[in-house]
Design a protein around this ligand. Structure first.
Ligand code: ZN
Ligand code: ZN
Length: 359
């Protein structure tokens, strides 16, 4: 992975923001900028130089993984070590990740600093860069999505009445581990029957009923990148009403995918899905946003929801996942990952969306 290009691009951001330096501590940002996958790391940008701090537990890992920065193994807290180095500079305006700094760390920073150093809280400077995936990231995301689809297809074989939701989730997660996944993007959701009305119903000990929808939402992490997909199957043949709900959610999902292209706002994509459900008089059951960015983290910007004015750009990777949740009846959600291209988008999730009746 081309860390030097990522560091160079971020340095340009620092220059544009008139920052002499920057402190990175959020683990996904560390991984993105210098390849470090451990915890307790601190990457210091200072006047065009980069120094990476960690503690003795990660000596070997830091030496092996960190690219484009000098590695310093600190004895005490990393912030203290970084500050000692800063105290040698004449004066500096230092940025830090306000969204990922605890109140305690901020107080510590103030205490450690002398008058020559000014701290400037910033938000989303690295995320803005991470939103646009480079070619290598797209390849890794695609690999994760392919694995996520395979383990879903595998887990599907274990669905039958009487099997507990947890067992299906377990099958899926075990298959992912065996295939080399780093882990799961989130706790696998298997929500059958009435439980399907909970948009985030984690797999429970409830047995799969003879009839009704089963929502399965899962994602694997492979080489650091997350996949995310949802399919809804029906136990037994779906009735007319159930089929109408499913068709409406699918039509909403396809309409949203159709609307994806550079320059369109996140809110417009959300609106495209919501409008289809409104025509089917189901919009009041669609209680979450239409999608989210995905990459090193499972939920990244942009968020595809009402009022989100972020414009889509080529290279963004987002989910499209409308759903309806009807109390005492069940839920339906269909989720794919798409990559925004110069002219529209490409769906990366390689799994069909016709309603599957499990008998
Ligand atoms: Zn999902
Ligand atoms: Zn999602």
């Amino acid at each position: 992975l081309d860390y030097s290009l990522r560091q160079k691009t971020f340095q340009q951001t620092l220059d544009a923001e008139r920052l002499d330096g920057f402190i990175v501590t959020h683990p996904p940002n560390l991984r993105y900028l210098c390849g470090y996958t451990g915890s307790n790391g601190l990457l210091l940008f200072l006047n065009g130089r980069r120094i990476f701090f960690t503690d003795g537990r990660y000596t070997q890992q830091a030496r092996e993984e960190v690219e484009g920065a000098r590695v310093v193994i600190a004895k005490g807290p990393l912030l203290t070590a970084a500050t000692q180095l800063l105290s040698e500079t004449r004066s500096a305006i230092m940025g830090f990740e306000a969204d990922h700094t605890t109140v305690a760390a901020a107080a510590e920073m103030r205490k450690l600093m002398d008058k020559r150093i000014a701290w400037k809280p910033t938000s989303g400077l690295i995320m803005r860069q991470r939103m646009i995936k480079d070619a290598e990231e797209l390849r890794l995301i695609h690999d994760a999505i392919k694995l996520g689809a395979e383990v879903y297809q595998h887990a599907l074989q274990s669905i039958r009445p009487g099997v507990r939701e947890l067992e299906i989730a377990g099958e899926l997660e075990f298959a992912a581990r065996k295939a080399g996944a780093d882990g799961m993007s989130f706790d696998t959701i298997v929500a059958a029957g009435k439980r399907g009305a909970l948009p985030h119903g984690r797999a429970s000990a409830q047995p799969i009923p003879r009839r009704g929808f089963v929502v399965i939402d899962s994602g694997v992490v492979l080489h650091g990148y997350c996949s995310d997909m949802t399919r809804t199957v029906h136990m037994g043949q779906a009735g007319r009403e159930q089929r109408r709900w499913y068709d409406a959610v699918l039509a909403a999902q396809l309409a949203a995918i159709d609307a994806v292209k550079p320059g369109v706002t996140a809110a417009e994509i959300d609106h495209a899905a919501r409008q289809v459900l409104r025509r089917a008089q189901l919009d009041r059951f669609f209680t979450h946003s239409t999608g989210h960015g995905v990459g090193l983290e499972i939920h990244e910007p942009p968020r595809l929801g009402k009022g989100q004015q972020e414009q889509l750009e080529a290279g963004m990777v987002i989910t499209i996942e409308p759903g309806v949740y009807i109390a005492d009846k069940g839920g339906i959600r269909i989720e794919d990952i798409v990559v925004v291209t110069p002219t529209g988008c490409t769906v990366l999730t390689p799994v069909g969306k016709e309603l599957l009746a499990v008998c």
